[in-house]
Design a protein. Structure first.
Length: 292
C-alpha cells in the first residue's frame, strides 16, 4: 500500500501542486471513516505536546487544532502506543521521512514494509494555512486513481524535510496563480471603461489617478477573496526560505501537526543511506511517541 507511500513523480499540475503516486490497493469500507466523529473531539486540549523519541534523537510537535478528526484519530493511536517500536521505513533526503506503519515493527532487515492499513481511513481535512513546511506532519494516502476522495491512512505518518526556496521563487508561484485571475478581472471591469479612462487621464489627471486607485483597491480585495489565488504570509515565507519545505505536497495531504523542536533530527534521519526501496540500511526506530 503505497501512496505518499511511494510519492513518485511530483509534478506542478492542478493549481500548481499535485503529487502523483504509485501502487495502490482497494479503498477501505465507508464505515471506517466514522471511527471518530466530529463531536467526539471537541474537548481535546489545544496545546498538547507530542514527544517523538527516535533512535537518532527527540522531536517535539504540536497538533493543529483545526483538523479535529485527524487530531483525534492520531491522539487516540498515540495513547494506545500504536507507533511505539515501529520504524521510519522510508527516507527520501530533501523530501520527507515516513514511519509508523504497523508492519515495520520487528521487520527483518531489508524487508519491504509500509503497507499501511485500511482500518484507519479518514476523509481529508485540507487547510490552506497549513503548508508543507519543514517539520509539518501529515497522513499519507493512496493515489487518486484508487482513492478519488483522497482519504488519509492514519496507520502511519510522514514528516516533511524538503528544501529551501528563494523569495523570488515564491513570488513567481504567486504570479503564476494570480495573474490569470487578475487579467480576467481587469478585462471584465476596466477594459469596458478604458476609453473613458484614457480621456480622463489627459483632461483631469487627478481624477484619473483617484479612479485608477479605486480599481486597484477593488482588484486587490477580489484577488485575496478568490479561491484560486495564492498569497504566502510573511510567516510562511520566512519558514520556506529559512527552513524549507516541499510545496508539491500542499493541498494533497492532511497536515495535522508540526515539529517545533528537534528539526535537526529530521535531517539526521534523512541523511541515512537507503536501499532500493528507500528503507534505511540501518534501522531508524521510533522508540515511543507520547502526548504530554
Amino acid at each position: 500500500m503505497k501512496g505518499i507511500y511511494t510519492l513518485a513523480g511530483i509534478c506542478l499540475l492542478s493549481g500548481l501542486w499535485t503529487v502523483r503516486a504509485q501502487e495502490a490497493s482497494a479503498p477501505a469500507p465507508e464505515d471506517s471513516l466514522q471511527t471518530i466523529s466530529d463531536t467526539a473531539v471537541v474537548a481535546v486540549p489545544a496545546k498538547d505536546t507530542i514527544v517523538i523519541t527516535t533512535s537518532l534523537g527527540v522531536m517535539k510537535a504540536v497538533f493543529y487544532d483545526d483538523v479535529p478528526r485527524h487530531r483525534a484519530m492520531y491522539e487516540r493511536r498515540i495513547r494506545e502506543g500504536a507507533f511505539d517500536g515501529t520504524l521510519f521505513y522510508r527516507v527520501v533526503k530533501g523530501f520527507m521521512i515516513q514511519g509508523g506503519s504497523p508492519d515495520s515493527r520487528n521487520a527483518a532487515p531489508g524487508a519491504r514494509v509500509g503497507q499501511g492499513s485500511t482500518q484507519y481511513l479518514l476523509l481529508p481535512e485540507f487547510r490552506e494555512q497549513h503548508i508543507a513546511r519543514k517539520g509539518a506532519i501529515a497522513a499519507p494516502r493512496q493515489p487518486e486513481k484508487t482513492n478519488p476522495q483522497k482519504k488519509s491512512d492514519c496507520s502511519q505518518f510522514f514528516i516533511v524535510q524538503g528544501h529551501s526556496y528563494s523569495s523570488g521563487y515564491l513570488d513567481t508561484l504567486e504570479m503564476a496563480r494570480n495573474n490569470p485571475v487578475k487579467n480576467e478581472w481587469w478585462k471584465e471591469n476596466y477594459t469596458p471603461h478604458k476609453a473613458e479612462m484614457d480621456s480622463l487621464r489627459k483632461a483631469n489627471p487627478r481624477e484619473y489617478n483617484r479612479r485608477l486607485r479605486q480599481y486597484r483597491e477593488a482588484l486587490d480585495v477580489y484577488l485575496h477573496q478568490h479561491p484560486a489565488t495564492l498569497f504566502f504570509s510573511e510567516e510562511q515565507r520566512q519558514a520556506l526560505t529559512r527552513q524549507g519545505g516541499e510545496l508539491n505536497l500542499n493541498g494533497q495531504y492532511t497536515f495535522f501537526a508540526e515539529v517545533v523542536e528537534g528539526l535537526e533530527v529530521i535531517d539526521k534521519i534523512a541523511d541515512r543511506r537507503t536501499d532500493k526501496n528507500e528503507r534505511p540500511l540501518q534501522d531508524v526506530r521510533i522508540v515511543s511517541i507520547k502526548i504530554k
